[in-house]
Design a protein around this ligand. Structure first.
Ligand SMILES: Nc1ncnc2c1ncn2[C@@H]1O[C@H](COP(=O)(O)OP(=O)(O)OP(=O)(O)O)[C@@H](O)[C@H]1O
Ligand SMILES: [Mg+2]
Length: 497
């Protein structure tokens, strides 16, 4: 084997040759899967992989569903059984240390805020996220176009809501210029937005938007920074979790250049409790995640899903996950047994053991492993003991987290909310201007009418009003009003009615 190949060493095979369990650096972008019943060692495996990627200089992004991933930021406590395990598994240079970490949190409590803008999500993904019909998608497209042509930034949900309301109030005029939109479809979109809002999506949308470069940092010593995203609350809001994932993957895909298989990936994403993403996501979102997963690897990004059973992952995505760590599964019910058979069949058999039998026998921190070999084919399944982590197995305390955050290179940039002038403010201003303009025009017309009245010869008292002149005055006034309204529409929609 070529010695210059970078490898991520994460355990040792239990076969006669005691082969090291490794992910080849240039195939780490071929994605991965970590599965197993509860308490079998998935999160620790996640930590071991993450800290070894970091050690190799690869930045890592990882969702923390239970708070126990955060231990990655702290050195583990020295314990004899860990030292012994490291020795037994031939882990070189084993030591207790944390990885350089940035904490993130959409809800701003346990990390620096993670935000993106409506504009960045774009009309297409927004429509998918909201599961809009073709007609409704057309309305969203008009909203984005109108905002662009009128230099109105769409940053947060407030902007989009104000714009939709404005479009509803002026739907006839907007339809003339941008294609037909109806109040019914606007109403339907507004209802969908309320739904998203009930999952606190307003927290995700806004500025300053997260720059991808901040997820792809190294520290001064060249280690990849581990970005840990607090997800305890996020887990209760699957639509938001999926929105975030979709945005992140799409943004990476659209921003990063095509690079093929690099010696090491540029970034690795870990999604713990991945079943949450797939259980409730709209079909269109799933399809998009599948597509992006397929394409993102040539941009040098690896995606690793962590969940209890491979059955939690849609087939099309499952087929793309090249590096697999299967911890123990329990075989209580006939359904469990069926799953185990399917999982066993998905591995290349090892003549030394029966895969299905071993899946149920594996101890904590033990797993069946298959990674991509040098030619890109999956290796024969191996029974592996996973290395002990160098970091803490368990959460970080609030004080530790605060300390990490206070030293973070990104705090200054993200901690302060920004609310620059955007569509919402501009539309408010526009409404105010219009009202003022209308009032002024009205006043001018009234003054003109009064002046005309004053210029007329005085009538003798008691004589009836000159009904013809009044009619004429009214008709002029009507014409003037129409003119004024047309002028207002011109400023509003750029075109004449
Ligand atoms: N590689 C390992 N080295 C040493 N101890 C380990 C290892 N893996 C797991 N353990 C032990 O097993 C415990 C449970 O592991 P872990 O929290 O990773 O399980 P899990 O599969 O993520 O569980 P859950 O489904 O409940 O999240 C750890 O706290 C640790 O004590
Ligand atoms: Mg876990």
């Amino acid at each position: 084997m070529n010695e210059s190949i970078k490898k991520l060493h994460f355990g040792q095979g239990q076969g006669a040759d005691k082969r090291p369990a490794e992910i080849l650096g240039h195939f780490a972008n071929r994605h991965g899967l970590i599965t197993g019943a509860t308490g079998t060692g998935k999160t620790v495996t996640l930590q071991v992989l993450a800290e070894n990627f970091s050690e190799l200089g690869v930045p890592v992004f990882i969702t923390d569903i239970k708070g126990d991933v955060a231990g990655l930021s702290q050195a583990g406590k020295q314990k004899e059984f860990l030292d012994n395990r490291a020795k037994e598994l031939n882990i070189q240079n084993y030591r207790y240390e944390g990885s350089p970490t940035i904490f993130w949190d959409i809800f701003k409590k346990f990390g620096h805020p993670v935000r993106t803008t409506i504009q960045e999500i774009g009309p297409m993904y927004l429509s998918r996220l909201l599961e809009l019909s073709d007609v409704q998608e057309g309305v969203i497209a008009v909203a984005f176009k109108y905002a662009e042509e009128n230099s109105m930034a769409l940053l947060d949900l407030k902007d989009l809501k104000s714009l939709l309301q404005f479009m509803g109030e002026n739907h006839k005029e907007i339809s003339t210029n941008y294609g037909r939109i109806t109040n019914a479809s606007i109403g339907a979109i507004q209802r969908r937005l309320l739904n998203l809002e009930s999952q606190s999506a307003d927290e995700l949308f806004g500025e300053p938007a997260l720059a991808l470069a901040d997820l792809m940092r190294q520290d001064m010593s060249g280690k990849g920074i581990v970005s840990i995203m607090e997800s305890r609350d996020l887990m209760m809001k699957p639509q938001l979790y999926a929105s975030f994932l979709l945005w992140l993957m799409t943004e990476l895909f659209e921003t990063l250049p095509e690079v093929g298989d690099l010696p090491l990936p540029k970034l690795v994403l870990f999604f713990d409790e991945a079943h949450l993403i797939f259980e409730d996501s709209p079909k269109e979102v799933l399809k998009r995640i599948e597509q992006v997963a397929r394409l993102i690897r040539s941009k040098g990004v690896g995606v690793y899903f962590c969940t209890q059973s491979p059955g939690d992952i849609p087939e099309d995505i499952l087929g793309q996950l090249g590096n697999k760590v299967q911890h123990a599964l329990r075989a209580y019910t006939p359904k469990d047994k069926k799953v185990i058979r399917a999982v066993a069949d998905s591995f290349r058999p090892n003549p030394e053991f029966n895969t299905a039998d071993v899946i149920t026998e594996l101890g904590v921190g033990e797993a069946l492993v298959s990674t991509l070999e040098e030619k890109g084919a999956p290796s024969v399944v191996e029974r592996v003991k996973i290395a002990p982590p160098r970091c803490r197995m368990g959460p970080a305390t609030d004080a530790e987290r605060k300390l990490v955050m206070s030293r973070s290179p990104v705090g200054e940039k993200y901690d302060q909310d920004l609310d620059r002038e955007s569509a919402h403010e501009k539309l408010l201003q526009r409404k105010k201007d219009l009202a003022e303009q209308k009032a002024k025009e009205q006043a001018r017309l009234e003054a003109e009418a009064e002046a005309a009245e004053a210029a007329k010869p005085k009538r003798r008292p008691g004589r009836p009003r000159d009904s013809f002149a009044t009619k004429l005055g009214k008709s002029i006034q009507r014409r003037l009003t129409t003119k004024a309204i047309n002028a207002i529409w011109k400023t509003l929609f750029g075109r004449r009615r």
